[in-house]
Ligand binder design. Structure first.
Ligand code: COA
Ligand code: AMP
Length: 630
């Protein structure tokens, strides 16, 4: 069946369509129905089922006789090591760790924060939580202690599982001091921290609170898989919103299993047993869905890659990994490909490897620019598929369902909505616009299985953030258009979220940190265009009257402040001091206009601007740091 027929089948009978997809999952109690309405615009999928995620991702493959198949390949150019874990080994390792968690008093519904780099133990920790119905929340290693503390306080974990360190090129990131500081800063203290000691930087353990990863598993009985309700939260993943407080996206168990499993064949074109690789990080949604859960649920081999696209050791690393492990489908962010292209524009590194097993490259996480797509297509000789999704959905909203039917690629478009998603482009009043016209991108409710049913501890914020602008729809926060063939085009965010190197960041969060500097009276952070990272944050600082210290000094302190409080991942390195900020007469900062000036784009003078002359001042200031030079 082709895409159109499949999409139409879904549209005709959405619940029936998902009940059919659900047959690929091993249920303890199968769902009696697909959809339940929990409240106004609130839905759950497969709520009355009983199921275990870890069983579906690990044990069932062993029981089916595939225990000797590789589940995880760990390839770490940064440490110079490669290791392999079969499904049978993974089952033993996960069951024992789950037993250790149980022995520490962690039970169904308890939260567990995981703060780990790209090592297989990170996946084992996630699966061990899933095995006993604990709800994990993985925190990306590039965040500072303060961000970790915010997450600890929001989800109040009973336990934290962390590694002693992560490894960045030329730098060991000591996780343990960051963890200790975060726990000091937080009010919701965990009972226990399980620490994986890495030889590059073993950590000192705090007696009575910290225990060693291996020591806590000594003599422990393996834990069985505990069936949970279909609507039980599998995990919480915090993501950036408009304000400094991150949103705790909740992932429901049953829908997550059903939907992710469907995507592996129909979007990523892999059969069970084949190797699938997503070069991302377990701290992001791509890492949750496509390093850990989907490939394992579907019985694939997943690659845990601890390295960077360039510099570990060179721009051929990706191609080496694909060739060495016979990767069939490869998924990464456009930024990573841009980094490779910048270092090896002729693709000479690629020539060194046999990539004949590779079927396609999948890009997501940020806009895929045509140059990058064309370059990758040229050097790889396989289709390059852009696809669009968000932490909130957990998998593709719009993509090319190549495993079902490879649709013609239109460069610049992530292709078409997947079954489950009724995507509409709406004007400000919430009316659908004509093909080719720009508008807010919205999805008709209910969202499909696996997408967020709510935000952790914040149902009101969930409704306010996503459900109020367009009644009856989920607001994606992206603007764009749909052409006459139903292809989507994603143009920009409609909120204050920016995307730096495929990482979703909140300018509002950075502004809150800058505003805390004693000499800063007012500030704005905008995302200007960056050739490598897509966007890069730039701060505009208005100083408190009477401050006459050198501006460089203040800017330096502000840069350090963001790094210390949000983390290196914010990549906040540039700020300028200005006398005043461009605002509307009602006091709204004109961030989009500042971006256009910085990027040398034409713009219409905002009709509501308070004082147009200020834009010349801003332009001059931006020129001092290399922008607005056109
Ligand atoms: N732990 C600690 N620090 C981290 C980190 C981690 N897991 N990940 C990144 N950082 C640090 C980096 O070391 C860097 O620090 P620096 O300011 O001291 O140099 C900073 O955060 C910014 O990182 P990044 O924006 O990633 O830039 P980079 O220059 O290190 O690397 C790329 C650029 C393009 C190679 C890199 O961003 C990349 O591989 N991007 C792909 C992103 C991706 O996979 N996203 C997932 C969505 S699919
Ligand atoms: P995240 O939640 O980190 O996955 O970020 C989601 C956001 O990244 C989306 O709302 C978009 O703004 C952007 N994004 C993700 N994928 C794409 C894509 N293929 N094209 C354009 N923007 C994308």
């Amino acid at each position: 069946m082709g895409y159109r027929a499949e999409y139409d089948n879904w549209k005709t009978d959405p619940e029936g369509w998902w009940m059919t997809a659900a047959q690929a999952i091993d249920w303890d109690t199968p769902p009696s129905k697909a959809l339940t309405q929990r409240g106004e615009n609130l839905y759950d999928w497969f709520a009355d089922a009983k199921v275990n995620t870890c069983y579906n991702a690990v044990d069932r493959h062993v029981e089916a006789g595939r225990g000797d198949q590789l589940a995880i390949i760990y390839d770490s150019p940064i440490t110079g090591s490669v290791s392999r874990i079969t499904y049978a080994e993974l089952q033993t390792r996960v069951a024992t760790l789950a037993g250790a968690l149980t022995a520490q008093g962690v039970t169904m519904g308890d939260r567990v924060i995981i703060y780990m780099p790209m090592v297989p133990e990170a996946l084992e920790a996630m699966l061990a939580c899933a095995r006993i119905g604990a709800i994990h929340s993985v925190v990306f290693g590039g965040f500072a202690a303060n961000e970790l503390a915010v997450r600890i306080d929001d989800c109040a974990p009973k336990a934290i599982i962390a590694a002693s360190c992560g490894l960045e090129p030329g730098r060991v990131v000591k996780y343990k001091p960051l963890l200790d500081e975060a726990i000091n800063l937080s009010t919701a203290k965990p009972d226990v921290c399980i620490i994986l000691q890495r030889e590059q930087e073993p950590a000192e353990l705090i007696e009575g609170r910290d225990i060693d990863w291996y020591a806590c598993q000594q003599g422990i009985d393996p834990a069985p898989c505990v069936p949970v309700n279909g609507d039980h939260p599998a995990y919480i993943l915090y993501t950036s919103g408009t304000t400094g407080a991150p949103k705790g996206v909740v992932r429901p168990t049953a829908g997550h299993l059903v939907a992710l499993n469907w995507t592996m064949k129909n979007i990523y074109q892999v059969e069970p047993g084949e190797v699938f690789w997503a070069a991302s990080d377990v701290g992001w949604v791509v890492g949750h869905s496509y390093i850990c859960y989907a490939p394992l649920i579907h019985g694939n081999t997943t690659v845990v890659f601890e390295g960077k696209p360039v510099g570990t050791p060179d721009a051929g690393t990706f191609w080496r990994v694909i060739a060495d492990h016979n990767v069939k489908s490869f998924f990464t962010a456009p930024t990573a490909i841009r980094a490779v292209k910048r270092e090896d524009p002729k693709g000479l590194e690629r020539q060194k490897y046999d990539l004949s097993g590779l079927r396609a490259l999948y890009l997501a996480g940020e806009r895929a620019d045509p140059d990058t797509i064309e370059w990758a297509q040229d050097i790889l000789g396989v289709p390059v598929y852009d696809h669009w999704w968000q932490t909130e959905t957990g998998y593709t909203i719009a993509g090319n369902p190549a495993g079902l039917e490879a649709l013609p690629v239109k460069i610049g478009s992530p292709t078409v909505p997947m079954p489950g998603y009724d995507v509409k482009i709406l004007d400000e009043a919430g009316h659908p616009v004509a093909a080719g016209e720009l508008g807010g991108i919205a999805i008709k409710l209910p969202l499909p299985p696996g997408t967020l049913p709510t935000l952790w501890n914040a149902e009101d914020r969930f409704a306010k953030s996503y459900l109020t602008t367009f009644p009856g729809y989920y607001e994606t926060g992206d603007a764009g258009m749909m052409d006459e063939d139903g292809y989507l085009y994603i143009m920009a965010r409609t909120d204050d979220v920016i995307n730096v190197a495929g990482h979703r960041l909140s300018t509002g969060a950075m502004e809150e940190v800058l505003a805390g500097h004693p000499d800063v009276a007012e500030c704005a952070v905008v995302g200007v265009s960056d050739q490598l990272k897509g966007q890069s944050p730039v701060g505009l600082l208005c100083l408190t009257t009477g401050v006459n210290r050198p501006h460089d000094e203040i800017v330096g302190e502000c840069v350090k402040r963001v790094r210390d409080q949000i983390g290196p991942v914010a990549a906040f390195k540039q700020a300028i001091v200005v006398d005043r900020l461009p605002k509307t007469r009602s006091g709204k900062i004109l961030r989009a206009t500042v971006v256009k000036i910085a990027d040398n784009q034409d713009f219409k003078m905002p009709a509501t601007i308070d004082d147009p002359a200020i834009l010349d001042e801003i332009k001059e200031a931006l020129q001092t740091i290399g922008y607005a030079k056109g």
